[in-house]
Design a binder for this molecule. Structure first.
Ligand code: ADP
Ligand code: MG
Length: 414
């Protein structure tokens, strides 16, 4: 039976063709993918099999599929089979994912599976293909970069980077991190509650809030905590750069995230591409919006990519788009005690009382504004130290008070 994680034939073919058909040595009759009598089958030619590639392939398979057995037939035919829990049930083995290496007269690989492949199985196939041909660009990270995305490793990011915001952090942990780290629990619930098993895990979350309140930082932290990459898309700049290609590129970005085995896909300033449909909208923008709506429905997704959209103009967003998000998390401006803790983060030498005084005077400022003020105080202090040729000490509280004033005066005139 097809589980909700299985990828449709067309979607799988798109992924295979993206990798196989761009490389002339493997394309054409050297690669085939079909679905017959309920069975998916991928076949591609390979250079003569070496021991080391066979061994590396086993390692790749093993890293994705726990239970495998290796069967050798005549010389040059090895079969690697995913096993069910019951290893003695030979009937099930043929239904499962199976990779056959043939290195007899012609060398080729045949991968079969009863039903559709899962994303994980597609990833295994693509990785093994890349072992045979290093030119086969199974390098989703490079491809994503080519499309203008930044792929950020969130390791080293942690919640200490956002002072205060207890409520926001709690919501993120509950709605995003818990499902990412315990998917099986969420899935087993739907198995006993739904007529048709489907995922109840969130696939799209919207971060709403003014600039500088920690939305991007939170996305980095999520990626770090969940140990998956953050694919950052600055929507506005990318829309102009991609002119004419936008909808295909966006669609490809979603696929590449799945090919990577999942990611946090962060669409920053999502309002710039998805303005309300009632307004006059360029045809290109309309197409992008329709791709986005379809992708967020997530019918074909692996369930491992979570899209986070960020906006400071919720009211400008298309209502169909808003409805695709499982949850909206609001990032407000920081409250007074939160501002005090943000000051403490960027000026740890100040005592609590001073931080509270600074917080009092910085109403309406974002975390970024406070960070900027602290930097300004440090730079003004550094100049003083240099001019007086004095020993390095931390800036006096007055420098922070004064910097808030300068910041306020300059932002009024902006
Ligand atoms: N609550 C906070 N505590 C500490 N630093 C913060 C806080 N909020 C924002 N910042 C800092 O402000 C800067 C901008 O934050 P960012 O996450 O880019 O905001 P946004 O994406 O909402 O515009 C970052 O360097 C971040 O560390
Ligand atoms: Mg941001």
């Amino acid at each position: 039976m097809n589980s909700p994680n299985n990828i449709s034939f067309d979607k799988a073919r798109e992924q295979f063709e993206k990798i196989f058909c761009q490389d002339s040595s493997i394309s054409g009759d050297k690669f085939s993918f079909d679905f017959q009598k309920g069975q998916s089958r991928v076949k591609f030619s390979i250079p003569p099999l070496t021991d080391s590639i066979l061994f590396e392939s086993i390692t790749v398979i093993k890293s994705h599929i726990d239970n495998i057995r290796i069967v050798t037939f005549e010389d040059g035919h090895y079969s690697i089979q995913a096993l069910n829990k019951n290893i003695f049930n030979a009937e099930n083995i043929t239904k499962n994912f199976k990779i056959d290496f043939f290195s007899l007269i012609n060398s080729y690989l045949e991968i079969t599976k009863e039903g559709n492949f899962t994303q994980e199985e597609i990833n295994v196939i693509l990785k093994i293909a890349s072992l045979f041909n290093s030119d086969l660009s199974f390098n989703p990270t490079e491809k994503l970069k080519g499309l203008g995305a930044s792929v950020i490793d969130g390791r080293g990011c942690n919640w200490d980077q956002i002072a205060g915001y207890k409520e926001v952090k709690k919501k993120i942990k509950e709605t995003i991190l818990m499902p990412l780290s315990n998917p099986e629990i969420y899935d087993s619930i739907t198995r006993i509650t739904r007529v048709k098993p489907e995922s109840n895990r969130p696939s799209a979350i919207l971060f709403e809030g003014p600039p500088g309140v920690g939305k991007t930082t939170a996305a980095r932290i999520i990626a770090g905590e969940a140990n998956i990459p953050l694919v950052y898309i600055p929507v506005e700049s990318i829309m102009s750069k991609w002119y004419g290609q936008s909808s295909q590129n966006l669609s490809e970005i979603f696929d590449l995230c799945d090919i990577m085995g999942g990611a946090i896909l962060f669409l920053d300033e999502i309002d710039s591409l998805a303005g309300s449909r009632e307004q006059n909208m360029f045809e290109a923008t309309r197409r992008v919006l329709s791709v986005l709506l379809r992708k967020l429905d997530g019918i074909d997704s692996s369930g491992k990519t979570i899209t986070i959209g960020a906006t400071n103009r919720l009211t400008d967003l298309d209502s169909a788009l808003i409805s695709r998000f499982d949850q909206i998390i609001k990032f407000p401006f920081p409250e007074k005690d939160e501002r005090a803790s943000i000051f403490k983060t960027y000026a740890k030498h100040l005592d609590e009382e001073t931080c509270l005084v600074l917080a009092e005077r910085s109403e309406g400022m974002s975390g970024r504004n406070i960070k900027d003020v602290c930097e300004m105080a440090e730079r003004r202090w550094a100049r003083k130290l240099i001019i007086r040729n004095s020993e390095v000490t931390p800036p006096e509280p007055d420098y922070y008070r004064h910097s808030i004033q300068i910041w306020k005066n300059s932002s009024v005139t902006l």
